[in-house]
Design a binder for this molecule. Sequence first.
Ligand SMILES: [Zn+2]
Length: 270
Amino acid sequence: MVMGATHAMSGAAVGLAVADLLPTDWGGPTSTAETFAFAGVCAGAALLPDLDTTQSTVARSFGPISKALAAGIDTLSLGVYRVTKGRKDANRRGGHRTFTHTALFAIGLGAGVSALVGQFGRPAIIVTLFFTLGLALRGLFGGWARDKGWLIVTAVSAFLSVLTWQWFPDQVGSTGLGVAVALGCATHCLGDMITKEGVPFLAPFVPLGGRRWWELRLPSFLAIRAGGGFERAFLGPALTLVAVGLALWSIDGAPEAITDALRNSVQVAQ
Ligand SMILES: [Zn+2]
């Protein structure tokens, strides 16, 4: 499993878990369809931060459009870095793993999505769905996406977003999509944090020894190598199992059915 798939799968798992816990006032889903849409958006958003380099797989999700977007985000991130950097922060040539890998970006983008959905309603919902579900497809089914090419990926995500959009009840809270997007971005950063590079998650607000873009990371003996053996053999499969388990659990009526079945089998055994 490559890093993109791990990011998307962790986004899906976190999205499913949080969908269950999030109060409805905060846009918490109230049906199975909404829960899956919430988790799908979260899975796609968990790939968004890597749109800060044209080298990432996700930058290929929508062909030349996402490539151009990635180049723009790279330049913008580098600009933010240069303007806010502390006196001891190194000079950089590219913006990868800077601005889009901060809490500021996650919260700002989530709030922005919520504001747009609040303002424009359904058109803003469908754009968010289209974009994030396309990224999720690219992340979760990387082999398929590579074989079929970006045009097919774009067509399938357009189809899926129309479908998901129709499932949504009219009164769907604008907050929910924003929360899913912010959560996905934060999950991505957490994933990068456990690799050797780390992320400047708190930048540029917390100066430390003359640096504002210092990186949060695990101590090196705990850190894993991106795309390495641990990720392929354990982390990837474990996340997949957790996500599938949570997905089954969030189907309406499934928890009751499972506990009933368990209770019955215990009675039969007695
Ligand atoms: Zn990243």
